[in-house]
Design a protein around this ligand. Structure first.
Ligand SMILES: *Cc1c(COP(=O)(O)O)cnc(C)c1O
Length: 394
């Protein structure tokens, strides 16, 4: 069953909730109240809608990929989130949370980032609203993602290296949480996916569900584009997938497919398939499927695609999995890279490696999908991944 709201403990069925330090509970409560009030306020929607149209570039087009459709024997449509400002769906969420930050009377934003994509989207929203912005990033990630670090600095954001632990995303999350505990009166923490403690998974889903709502109205209005049989999206934390799935979830005619990272292959243990291979546990403030060992220790994820390299997933996806509303599969690094090349050559669109995972699933299953109308959420553009893919062939 699709739940419009999590229950009063912030749960989607068995998943979600708010597993956070006592000191953060008032901030989470304040955020929930501010979000509920803003979301019921026409003035907030009017301001957000205007920004989504004129700044972000919504609605993003739905494009019929003609050449690839012919090759695959299906009718393939791409929802072009890659054409949104900054090149991915992440901006839908950061602009909305930036607007909410202003409404709460706070002037400072913090965020954490792994590959830097969420950091750039947050830095962009903060420049737009004139908010002070601090992004925590593991020192190893800072080295690996020099271009995104410079982008954030260009946008006026302070990037703080985190040297504890392994110097990667999970250490940056801890640093951001420590900052928030100390600064919560003036500071909002912008989480970048449908993860974290309540109200984040719900709020971020509400900010991303515009993708699926647009798709519905774009397809309904066109005689050439019938109702989709299948909608496919990559799943890292799960925000672009939740965004395109949500308005279709529970609609019996439409099959929803989420694609996780199988990395080097499920059998190698080096993957990011939290729903496919993980089990329920508490990660980053909520109960969800996660990769963990027999003692409940978080396992490291692996994916060629930074956005899918996460050992957990949003709690509403866990609920959707158990309820059978969405099917989840996984795709290896190699198959994603092959799909990256294929879309580039057949359609002149270089996809993000994350989005290429969704396409790889479609390619692998094309025979069974023959004649179907298939929509891929093209969550982002691949410019950020070109160097990485080029290096594979050296
Ligand atoms: C960050 C990112 C993802 C993964 O995040 P979700 O929250 O699962 O959407 C997918 N695609 C692109 C292009 C991204 O930048």
């Amino acid at each position: 069953m699709r739940l419009d709201h999590p229950d009063d403990r912030g749960r989607f069925g068995d998943y979600g909730g708010a597993f956070a330090p006592e000191t953060l509970m008032p901030a989470l409560k304040e955020l929930e109240e501010a979000f509920v009030a803003a979301w019921a306020d026409d003035a907030f929607h009017a301001e957000l809608d205007a920004l989504l149209e004129h700044y972000v570039g919504r609605p993003t087009p739905v494009y019929h990929a003609g050449r690839l459709s012919e090759e695959l024997g299906i009718d393939l449509y791409l929802k072009r989130e890659d054409l949104a400002h900054t090149g991915a769906h992440k901006i839908n969420n950061t602009v909305a949370q930036g607007l909410l930050t202003k409404r709460m009377g706070k002037n400072r934003v913090i965020a954490e980032t792994g590959a830097g994509q969420h950091g750039v989207a947050t830095a962009t929203a903060c420049a737009l609203f004139g908010l002070d912005c601090v992004v925590y990033m593991g020192e190893k990630d800072i080295e690996r993602q020099a271009l995104n670090v410079y982008r954030m600095r260009l946008l006026g954001t302070e990037v703080i290296p985190v040297t504890t632990g392994t110097g990667t995303l999970k250490d940056a999350v801890s640093a951001a949480l420590r900052d928030w505990v100390a600064s919560v009166e003036t500071t909002h923490y912008i989480i970048g996916s449908v993860v974290g403690p309540h109200p984040f998974p719900w709020m971020v889903r509400e900010f991303q569900k515009v993708i699926g709502e647009e798709l519905r109205s774009q397809l309904d209005g066109s005689p050439h584009a019938p109702t989709p049989d299948v909608i496919v999206a990559p799943v890292g934390g799960g925000s672009n997938a939740m965004g395109i799935f949500y308005s279709y979830a529970g609609d019996d005619g439409v099959r929803l497919v989420g694609v996780e990272a199988a990395g080097l292959g499920i059998a190698t243990g080096k993957h990011g398939a939290s729903l496919g291979e993980g089990s329920p546990g508490v990660l980053h403030g909520s109960m969800t499927y996660m990769l963990q060992d027999d003692h409940g220790q978080v396992l490291e994820a692996h994916s060629i695609s930074a956005g899918l390299d996460y050992p957990g997933v949003g709690p509403e996806h866990a609920h959707f999995k158990d309820d059978g509303l969405v099917e989840y599969f996984s795709v290896t690094d190699d198959d994603a890279v092959a799909a990256f090349h294929r879309l580039s050559r057949t359609e002149g669109i270089i996809p993000a490696l994350e989005s290429a995972h969704g396409l790889a699933w479609i390619i692998a299953n094309a025979e069974h999908l023959e004649g179907s109308v298939v929509v891929l959420n093209l969550s982002g553009r691949g410019d950020k991944d070109v160097q990485q893919v080029a290096a594979l062939h050296d």
